[in-house]
Design a binder for this molecule. Structure first.
Ligand code: FAD
Length: 425
């Protein structure tokens, strides 16, 4: 058995808060804890800058959380075209190959070039990591949490760094440790459902032709992977993030080989292959899981809170998880601030001050997206809506609004919406 040591600066010290993971959820929690003046420790397995398999599309929700933390940060982003590409909209390609361009709203704040942007996670996550305020955060990188024990007054976290084992006590632990969260496994084992899981592959290509001039991100709803999709997201320096993702249930039922389908689209699909004639694959095709927010699940308990992928809150329709990770980190910091004031770290307190708040803000959106994802299983319905939208500017506009307006998005899941289109109303 390895010997348990203590990091010298932690001897006999209990910190109020330990965050596991320094991705968007962990960095977001830390940034907002620091703004409230709350000291905390972050334990991170990797060393930054670190990569994360992702589509690299960063939405308006991420922009909102960054802007709220510090309005200058977004301006900093938009001043670095070599690292960040402003994205002005989305191109849907229906299963029949018909495209539908949907610009995102254009009410921009001063100094901001677009509602969202793309950036390799190697760059963006490092940007967030640099924003962690070391006056309040003590960060241990290259440190892996191996075990978490609950005791009457809090939690004991056991982690390894440089083949040494260390322990640290805290009143509350934030599980921001991604899709294979040890915090989730320790406290909520048995709560995950395979229905709420998706799988995705990502590759970087140089030289993909005919990318949109204002960097629309492209979702191609190929019949072979529905309700999943193939994507092409323009990145800085002539690069593109190319990938494919689908719910695990469909992958299993239809025996979809994502890698084969991705390469087949690049080599043979009539609307896609011509654009890859001179393109070069940079690095490897890599896979990762997406824990999606299909239905409400507990995201906290006695002495713990889950944020980001550990809380399983990726949007099931768009696959967006960075915005929800940052947003949940912001809400986790707020709940912890209240817990420290009230000296309450129990499940009931966090249930009211974190779970209820998180689902009040994100619940409707996740429910609607789950319903839209179910509708995407029907290629004929998709083709029908896109065909009609081509002929009807008002329908096009309605679909465009669904990205910012939840009432509009809600319309899309009702049968009456499709009946009205059919009747040309
Ligand atoms: C193929 C694919 C494409 C995607 N595309 C998009 C997209 O285009 N846009 C979008 O918004 N979202 C996308 N997502 C989702 C997005 O990547 C995640 O939702 C997001 O990374 C969640 O952030 P997080 O901070 O919760 O977790 P992560 O980013 O995974 O960070 C978790 C951190 O915890 C650390 N960690 C894990 N275990 C331990 C441990 N035991 N001890 C210490 N540290 C630990 C890890 O090293 C990591 O740094 C995609 C996901 C996939 C798989």
């Amino acid at each position: 058995m390895p010997h348990l040591n203590h990091l010298t600066n932690m001897q006999q010290t209990s910190v109020p808060v330990v965050i596991i993971g320094a991705g968007p959820a962990g960095a977001g929690t830390s940034i907002y804890l620091s703004q409230a003046g709350i000291p905390h420790v972050i334990i991170e397995k990797e060393t930054f800058p670190r990569d994360k398999v992702c589509g690299d599309a960063i939405s308006g929700k991420s922009a909102f959380v960054l802007r709220k933390a510090n309005p200058l940060w977004l301006q900093e982003v938009y001043q670095q075209p070599e690292n960040y590409t402003p994205a002005k909209g989305i191109l849907f390609v229906a299963p029949n190959g018909k495209p539908l361009s949907i610009p995102w709203g254009d009410k921009l704040k001063a100094g901001e070039l677009a509602p969202g942007f793309t950036s390799p996670r190697l760059v963006f996550d490092n940007f967030l990591f640099q924003k962690i305020d070391r006056r309040f955060a003590t960060v241990y990188q290259n440190s892996t949490v191996k075990n978490i024990e609950q005791h009457a007054d809090g939690v004991r976290v056991i982690f390894e760094k440089d083949q040494q084992t260390y322990t640290i006590n805290a009143s509350v632990i934030v599980g921001a440790d991604g899709d294979k969260s040890i915090v989730r496994k320790t406290f909520l084992n048995g709560h995950s459902s395979s229905k709420a899981y998706a799988g995705g592959l990502r590759a970087y290509y140089k030289g993909v032709r005919d990318l949109d001039k204002t960097n629309f991100i492209e979702l191609h709803f190929l019949p072979e992977v529905l309700p999943g999709y193939f994507w092409i997201f323009p990145l800085p320096n002539g690069m593109a993030n190319v990938g494919v993702g689908a719910p695990s249930e469909q992958i299993r039922q239809k025996k979809i080989n994502l890698r084969e389908q991705m390469l087949k689209a690049i080599e043979k699909n009539p609307t896609i292959s011509c654009r890859f004639q001179d393109a070069e694959l940079i690095g490897k095709i890599q896979g990762w899981g997406l824990p999606m927010g299909i239905k409400r699940q507990p995201v906290s308990g006695d002495h713990f809170i889950l944020a980001g992928d550990a809380a399983s809150i990726i949007d099931p329709f768009t696959g967006e998880g960075i915005g929800n990770a940052l947003y949940s980190g912001m809400l986790a910091a707020d709940a912890i601030q209240q817990a420290l004031k009230a000296k309450r770290f129990d499940a009931s307190f966090f249930g009211q001050n974190y779970d209820d708040v998180l689902y009040r803000r994100l619940g409707d959106e996740l429910r609607i997206s789950a319903a839209l994802q179910r509708l995407c299983r029907y290629p004929w319905l998709f083709n029908f809506v896109v065909n009609k939208a081509h002929k009807s500017p008002s329908l096009s506009k309605t679909i465009s609004c669904m990205f910012t307006d939840m009432d509009v998005r809600n319309q899309l899941r009702k049968p009456s919406f499709y009946a009205k289109i059919l009747l040309n109303k």
